[in-house]
Design a protein. Structure first.
Length: 453
């Protein structure tokens, strides 16, 4: 079948989209991914049997228009006298402080701050639909001309145009929901959430199928919108892409400069505030302080592997210093996706301390979970709605109440004292993308048969 995927980013990379597209191409489908143009990327290219066409996303958003309007009318410089030397136009700072600019001078700092906050919050209800509409206008002609048998939309902005083109051309339409759109983080405004719910309630029942990233989200969408249960494809790495382990690898402790006898926890992914790393640092502090009582002689250390913005790294280091464990924390830069499992394999356990600040987080089955399992590591994770039972039922690790440092400290000790063989190791092929690809290809095969009947 001819499959046209549409995604509101440059796909450079979007690993989920690319893995799905390449899996379908390998199964004999003709796949074209329509994505967003970006400087430095080719407008038309073929990779791994998949054609990528990058189109310009035209049209300024209402938020941009409002910002431009304020900059011209509120913060414009005074007019120059005839014959006076001209200067460069005044440009407002990206995030003006509440008492800056002419709006503050006219209305006062407090009123200006209230107005800016109202505009920021309320523009969401205009900004996001406008983005979807401008995305649709930019991509509709090319998507229609592709004469696809199946239009596969990734993420919310692609949903309206994919549904419309499918209805006009007779193509089957699939929506791939990469997360729970109504419960994202940061949270949507109440008005914007209602908009998204109305949009999904209207369009998802029209889809030939919905695909998503976890069972909890699949159950939520099926119940909330009265649709058949979506197909679940986990965001797992490809086993075949993983770089082989070598005896020459220095090991994670040596890379991080941590004691060779340490019980080493590893966290992969972006280092950010409110991702639960503060809880881990606090737990390490409690373990060090109470070492004589629990009698566990090995130092418990944490290493992160991922992007660490300087401000966040400084804050985490400050917390570690206050907890007396600065010497037990190391932050390493990110490594290529295919190297993650190899690099972290010498740790004792992976730590996934997600704080469920939104329902999307409560339902999370993150990439780092599967990277850890592919590395053969047991996992200590927050007891989330889906990840918790997944770890416990399969004996893949232990869970603790999210944000509870004392409970985490006890959980770490329990894992550190566990006998070999307590936790199962899964074969890479059973959890890698290859297993998800089989489900996707079989699903498309059934869809093709239904269209032929």
């Amino acid at each position: 079948m001819r499959v046209s995927m549409i995604v509101p980013n440059p796909c450079a990379p979007d690993f989920r989209v690319m893995k799905e597209a390449e899996s379908l191409a390998a199964a004999g489908h003709e796949v074209c991914v329509f994505c967003v143009a970006m400087p430095g990327l080719p407008q038309d290219e073929v990779r791994a049997g998949v054609r990528y066409q990058r189109l310009e996303w035209k049209g300024a958003s209402p938020r941009q228009a409002l910002e431009q309007l304020f900059r011209r009318r509120i913060q414009a410089p005074a007019a120059t006298q005839p014959g006076a030397p001209t200067s460069a136009p005044s440009v407002a700072p990206p995030n003006p402080t509440p008492n800056s600019g002419r709006l503050a001078k006219i209305l006062g700092a407090e009123r200006a701050a209230v107005i800016r906050a109202w505009l920021r919050d309320q523009s969401q209800t205009l900004h996001q639909p406008w983005l979807a509409a401008s995305f649709g206008r930019s991509f509709e002609a090319a998507l229609t001309a592709s004469r696809a048998d199946v239009i596969h939309a990734h993420d919310l902005p692609a949903l309206p145009v994919a549904s419309r083109v499918a209805m006009n051309t007779g193509a089957a339409f699939i929506f791939d929901s990469h997360e729970l759109e109504t419960h994202r983080n940061p949270p949507l405004s109440p008005a914007r959430r209602r908009q998204v719910e109305r949009l999904e309630a209207r369009l998802l029942p029209r889809a030939a199928a919905v695909i998503t990233v976890g069972d909890s989200i699949a159950d939520h969408l099926a119940t909330h919108y009265g649709i058949p249960r979506p197909l679940v494809l986990y965001n797992t790495p490809r086993a075949a892409d993983q770089s082989p382990r070598s005896d020459q690898d220095p090991g994670l402790r040596m890379r991080a400069g941590l004691p060779e006898d340490s019980f080493l926890l590893v966290y992969t992914g972006n280092v950010a505030i409110n991702r639960g790393l503060e809880t881990v640092v606090a737990a390490l502090g409690q373990l060090r302080q109470n070492a004589p009582e629990h009698g566990f002689g090995r130092p418990v250390c944490l290493v992160t592997v991922g992007r660490s913005p300087p401000s966040v790294a400084a804050r985490l280091s400050r917390l570690a210093q206050e907890a007396g464990v600065l010497d037990r924390l190391a932050m390493l830069p990110p490594v290529p996706p295919e190297d993650v499992s190899r690099v972290i394999a010498s740790a004792d356990a992976a730590i996934i301390p997600i704080i469920p600040v939104a329902l999307s987080y409560q339902y999370a089955m993150p990439n780092k979970l599967f990277e850890a399992l592919m590395a053969g590591l047991p996992v200590i994770g927050s007891d989330l709605a889906e990840m918790g039972p997944f770890l416990r039922d399969r004996q893949l690790g232990l869970t603790f109440p999210a944000g509870d440092a004392s409970a985490l400290a006890e959980t770490i000790l329990t894992m550190a004292r566990a006998t070999p063989g307590t936790f199962r190791k899964l074969a890479a092929e059973s959890i890698g993308w290859e297993a998800q690809a089989e489900r996707l290809v079989e699903f498309y095969h059934q869809l093709g048969q239904e269209r032929c009947d």
